[in-house]
Design a protein around this ligand. Structure first.
Ligand SMILES: CC(=O)N[C@H]1[C@@H](OP(=O)(O)O)O[C@H](CO)[C@@H](O)[C@@H]1O
Ligand SMILES: [Mg+2]
Length: 562
């Protein structure tokens, strides 16, 4: 490392001492903590992003967000050149960097890592890092810290992209590296024009349907997704889709407080701003950085309960639709070309409702499981020609392989010369449009929502009809504060605890008391808690099972244990 680079790093890092007594780790989705202790972490992730850009010789993204966490938290994560999550083999370095205690130690880590990765720190190359943030008040000062981190690596330049949803930043990074148009406007133009294209091939069956479905009401979580939708909905209100946005955060209201996808999915009660007046309406809820989407309806005219249509149902809707399009395509005259043995797979986590997994298997689909966190699901889904992944909480997307897309393009060209306008050609066009509408970089609430809307119109389905695809098994999620959540180590896609000893046996014994009972625990990667998930054949049983396992967690690991 050149002397100039050395002294630049030493000088800037001495302005950002790490918080005392805190060990941070690049968890399920980057670093997250109370915003007050994150300056040094974000600065260091700036350095990390710069190194990643130099290594990959590509544009890299750095997003400042804590998604569904409370407004006083914040976080930071990196988007790789393809728009996906930071390559997992860099995470240990991210941890080491974030926890380096002195500027000298930090310098040594950078030196050693750059050497082992073959990154030349000589300023010969120039690279760009796109920096985005959500609407959290702490975001702007953390963004300055990120810029300083980036600027302390010679040759790296930070580009402030302003306030964006997380999926927008990932999309923009991917588009930039693909040489495509890559601004926020380009993002909205692409999703709205491909939404139009998906719908173009359909005759909307809503009009023929007795279940009149006029508008979609969206809970914006008082965050960036609500704001963007409010601004851009005029562009998106196409083909009769009317969107009303609530909880935009522009009229007051606290981010994620009693609102948003995480709240709706976990509490199963109406978000703030919704109530009996919405009985029967089709409602959707975004999370704080708009990478999660769930739908719901208000259940009764008086109560505050909702019928949740979660990520598993979105996945099921997408799977049913894609399968339908593929089977239309299969019916074409095979003399036209080689049939492509399209391999379609769906990916879920242990949080997926058991009824959804049964449903997907009944559809003849291959269902794979990974640990929690889209970095795992995405990686798995990329193995298929069409890989559909969703977490139950509404984070997911559909990935199309390059190979399949080129086959589809070729088939569409063939079909348009021999049977233009045929059902088969329309199916090919629709699938191509879906691949442009749905975010290929990461789960995206805004583009996912448009695809749901298009499919519902195509099927002529109301939200109730959609929800009837299968019936969820009753479930309950709880969180338990413990002394040290890292004491829990799991295996088998997080369905079994291997440490501490004895607790899994106790969970098994408890679960055996409930018909159709299923229960697991795991340490959260975004909050300082152990999460408990329970499923059973009746709601009160799921509640009781979750409660008794939460007590077990408390007994083994709680403040009173040891
Ligand atoms: C049960 C649950 O919803 N867990 C969420 C949550 O992770 P935890 O590691 O469970 O805190 O946040 C992640 C990031 O948004 C998301 O990927 C994941 O699904
Ligand atoms: Mg999120």
């Amino acid at each position: 490392m050149k002397e100039e680079q050395r002294s630049l790093l030493l000088r800037s890092s001495s302005q950002f001492p790490p918080p005392e007594g805190v060990k941070l780790s690049y968890g399920t989705s980057g670093f997250r903590a109370d915003a007050g202790i994150l300056q040094s972490t974000v600065y260091r992730v700036g350095i990390l992003a710069a190194l990643r850009a130099l290594k990959t010789e590509s544009v890299i993204g750095l997003m400042i967000t804590a998604s569904h966490n409370e407004v006083s938290d914040n976080g930071v994560k990196i988007a790789d050149p393809n728009g996906g999550m930071l390559s997992q083999h860099w995470e240990p370095f991210a941890d080491a960097l974030a926890n380096a205690q002195t500027p000298e130690h930090l310098l040594q880590l950078v030196d050693e890592f750059a050497e082992s990765e073959g990154i030349a720190l000589d300023g010969a190359k120039s690279v760009e890092i796109l920096v985005g943030r959500d609407t959290r008040p702490s975001g702007s000062s953390l963004l300055e810290a990120a810029k300083l981190g980036i600027g302390s690596v010679i040759g790296a330049v930070a580009l402030d992209m302003g306030i964006l949803t997380t999926p927008q930043l990932h999309w923009i990074v991917r588009a930039r590296n693909n040489g495509d148009k890559a601004s926020e406007i380009d993002y909205f133009e692409q999703i709205s024009s491909s939404f139009r294209l998906v719908l173009d091939g359909f005759d909307s069956k809503w009009e023929e349907s007795n279940e009149v479905v006029d508008k979609l009401i969206v809970d914006g979580a008082n965050g960036v997704g609500g704001q963007k939708l409010q601004v851009y909905k005029e562009v998106l209100e196409l083909n009769g889709l009317v969107i009303e946005v609530r909880n935009t955060g522009l009229e007051g209201g606290v981010l994620n407080e009693g609102v948003g996808a995480d709240f709706a999915q976990k509490e199963k009660v109406v978000p703030h701003g919704f109530g009996s007046q919405d009985f029967g309406s089709r409602c959707a809820s975004l999370d704080g950085d708009a990478d999660r989407l769930v739908y719901f309806t208000v259940l009764s005219e008086s109560g505050n309960k909702i019928e949740l249509v979660d990520g598993d149902k979105i996945l099921s809707l997408f799977a049913v639709f894609i399968k339908e399009q593929l089977s239309i395509l299969k019916n074409r005259d095979t003399k036209l070309g080689d049939d492509y043995p399209c391999c379609i797979g769906v990916v879920q986590t242990a949080y997926a409702n058991g009824a959804s997994t049964d449903f997907l298997k009944q559809q003849g689909l291959e269902v794979a499981f990974t640990p929690t966190g889209v970095k795992y699901l995405h990686e798995k889904a990329a193995h298929y020609d069409i890989g559909i992944y969703f977490e139950a909480n509404g984070h997911g997307t559909i990935l199309f392989s390059e190979l399949f897309l080129s086959w589809l393009e070729a088939t569409n060209n063939e079909l348009s010369s021999v049977s233009k306008g045929s059902e088969q050609q329309k199916a090919a066009l629709r699938l191509l449009a879906v691949s442009k509408l749905i975010n290929q970089a990461v789960g995206d609430a805004l583009s996912g929502m448009l695809l749901v809307e298009a499919i519902l119109q195509h099927m002529g389905w109301s939200i109730h009809r959609w929800n009837e695809l299968y019936h969820d098994l009753p479930s309950r999620q709880l969180k338990v504060k413990v002394v040290d959540r890292t004491a829990v180590v799991t295996a088998n896609a997080e369905t079994e605890v291997v440490k501490p000893p004895g607790i899994q046996e106790a969970i098994n014994a408890e679960t055996a008391n409930y018909p159709k009972g299923r229960c697991f625990i795991r340490p959260s990667g975004t909050e300082d808690v152990i999460r408990v998930y329970a499923e059973a054949s009746a709601q009160d049983e799921a509640d009781r099972l979750a409660k008794s396992v939460a007590n077990l967690v408390d007994k083994f690991l709680g403040v009173g244990s040891s």
